[in-house]
Design a protein around this ligand. Sequence first.
Ligand code: TRP
Ligand code: SF4
Length: 404
Amino acid sequence: MSSPAAGRRVLSGMRPTGRLHLGNFHGALRNWVELQYQYECFFFVADWHMLTTGYDDTAQLPQNIHEVLIDWLAAGLNPGVATLFIQSHVPEHAELHLLLSMITPLGWLERVPSYKDQQEQLKEKDLATYGFLGYPLLQSADILIYRAAFVPVGEDQVAHVELTRETARRFNHIYGREPDFEARAERAIKSLGGRNSATYRQLRRKFQETGDTQSLQRAQAMVAANTRITVADRERLLGFLEGGAVAILPEPQVLLTATPRVPGLDGRKMSKSYGNTIGLREEPDSVVRKLRAMQTDPARVRRTDPGDPDKCPVFDLHRIYSDERTREWAAAGCRSAGIGCLQCKQPMIDKVVQEIEGMRRRAQEFIDNPGAVRTIIAEGADKAREAARGTMDEVRRAMHLRVD
Ligand code: TRP
Ligand code: SF4
């Protein structure tokens, strides 16, 4: 039932918060760029998710979606290998969200840690809405509709993938198969008739024990050729061959990757809400100016004071950008007060600027060619919808709803 590639499918999404920064790049995007060459990847801009907290301020949404897409392409996401799309272009996400909402206990959503956390953090907003409570379930629908095997996300999203797994389990339990499936399958085997029943059992055992696909195919052919059994029994016999029932919505796994700590200019984590970021395609002059002024080890007040690289956010950037020799030079020079902070920063600044210049170059190609971006997004939506429709057909069938 499920397509062979689905076993290695990766899905992830990102909210369109506007232009991305180096924290977004090293925290997620860089990893996506690598994954796209190892798995069948679907990456989407989660515009509906933005509404769950930003429902009152949507004017900037189209622009922000565009900026994020340009940043993705600048960072090296390749529409030739990965499917890039915008969530709202695939309305099937909303349909699955609705259907899943019917079987999701309220307590599951109320217990998701981000529910209370974010309500407290974003006090100025009224987040006591239906949409905000339900957004982790929307995320579950995002994932399950592609039958993704892996979801690359950060720590903060692990609870959402866990909810997704519980939801899939519940769905499969309720709709996955008839409650007395095995008993019915046994009866169907008997109705195949003496010799055929024995052959069916034999072939099924061989396939299940050794994975021998020839046995599977022979059994499938045998069932298909039998004209005496009912259509329902034929379905049961085919389903029973490959295990019990086939999971309609497979449970995804988190793909946690080690990401470096990306400090912002003030030494705290780089984050848009702290205003301490460096843009992925910021003007080099501005990047240099910001980095030269960046917070260092607070204990190193004068040039003659020795410093501690482990207490210096600049050194975290060395860990990301510099080779080992440069890092050793910086650490030793810092501890002995042999070099000044500006001197220490310089090779790292050069590397950051170099990286950003590459991003700017690639971004410019797409900025100059808006038609290309439109095509990428239209094609991405087509591919995503095709996959989503396949799942929805099975979901509707399992729930005894209309099938397209
Ligand atoms: N909730 C995620 C975030 O805020 C974004 C997201 C939405 C997502 N749907 C997803 C991530 C599906 C992974 C899979 O970062
Ligand atoms: Fe930080 Fe380098 Fe200055 Fe040491 S010398 S405090 S590592 S910037």
